[in-house]
Write a new protein. Structure first.
Length: 278
């Protein structure tokens, strides 16, 4: 009897999906740049929102009666809970942070070690998508919640603040919070497909910000394409006084855009790494 027959070679057990998620979480939290990026983004986003609310508070006494009435009637206090400038910063930053979750491994070459240890590439990317989504969802909830509480506390000193139970308030907070994981997933998908930092960052800016601004509501096809972008979906969800000039769309349609982008980005990230890394 040979040694091999007497002592069969032990085989490594296949990693469970929970093990892959744990490994991806360790990768993400072990990088100091990750927390610096999230911390700086949180400060910038909250700072834009709080600064806008404080500006309103500071100059409120200079407004005439008509402007004050318009301010309340048009729902501006709720719009200042999460401003367009803050959303722009978060879109850019979260797209980049989501992309770096995979680009860092491609740049350093450690992605080869990962795939050698776990040949199930789709499972690895699915775990990475789960971790990125979870972390950025918590980040988005924190930033949107703090922004709402801080801005409304400032405005309430002039009797302008709204509560979370007011019409549209919860939708603004939830839509703003979910914008973070959605943009991160888009960045992750683009990074998986392009695999180069510069190209991915340019593509992220174009997809997340340039296209929504370039497409207008003047023509039907352009309006449909514009309404299909994440930024415009967020704009529709946080709009309190919605008065479209040409092609209106619904709240349900904007939520649908959110869902489609989330699924499409996750599928692209998983499918791209499977097809290109065999």
């Amino acid at each position: 009897m040979t040694m091999t027959a007497a002592y069969p070679r032990a085989t490594e057990p296949r990693p469970r999906f929970s093990d892959l998620v744990a490994a991806e979480w360790i990768k993400l939290r072990s990088l100091r740049s990750t927390w610096l990026g999230y911390g700086a983004t949180a400060l910038a986003v909250i700072g834009f929102n709080v600064g806008t609310a404080y500006d309103t508070y500071h100059y409120w006494s200079e407004e005439d009666a008509g402007d004050r009435a318009d301010f309340v009637r048009d729902g501006i206090p709720l719009q200042e809970a999460f401003t367009g400038n803050a959303a722009t910063v978060m879109v850019l930053a979260l797209g980049a942070l989501g992309a770096m979750a995979v680009l860092g491994e491609y740049a350093s070459g450690t992605i080869r070690t990962t795939f050698a240890a776990v040949p199930a590439r789709r499972s690895v990317m699915a775990a990475k998508a789960v971790v990125v989504t979870a972390v950025t969802a918590v980040f988005g909830a924190f930033v949107a919640g703090v922004s709402f509480a801080a801005t409304q506390a400032i405005l309430d000193r002039r009797g302008l603040g709204v509560s979370l139970g007011d019409p549209g308030a919860l939708r603004v907070v939830v839509a703003s919070a979910l914008l973070a994981p959605l943009c991160a997933l888009v960045g992750l998908a683009l990074g998986t497909v392009l695999r180069q930092t510069a190209a991915t960052m340019v593509a992220s800016v174009v997809v997340l910000l340039v296209l929504p601004v370039a497409l207008t509501d003047g023509r039907h096809w352009s309006a449909v394409a514009s309404h299909s972008t994440l930024y415009q979906a967020w704009t529709r969800l946080v709009s309190v006084a919605y008065h479209p000039l040409h092609h209106p769309w619904t709240i349900a349609g904007a939520w649908t855009v959110y869902g489609v982008w989330a699924v499409a980005a996750a599928v692209i990230a998983v499918a791209a790494v499977h097809r290109r890394d065999q």
